[in-house]
Write a new protein. Sequence first.
Length: 92
Amino acid sequence: MDTEVVDALLDMRDQAMSVKHASCPANWVRHTESVDNEHGVVWRDQDGYFCAPPGAGSAETLVPPEDAEERELRKRILAMSEQLDELLDPES
């Protein structure tokens, strides 16, 4: 790859900030892969899934809805993972 292109991409990476949201916007659905949209913006929820308006993307990438018990379990696992990270690397 051209060095000029790589330098430009590295500059852009430093200018953008990745943000994870608590959930998808109302009525949007979750996908396992990024969904193209007209604005070029990628919306991700706190679980790492990609959010898109209904009808966008393909049916193969749709994440099935979770029940309340599964959602609670996912939150507990995430909290324990964060605690473990802090124990292993207290400076982070």
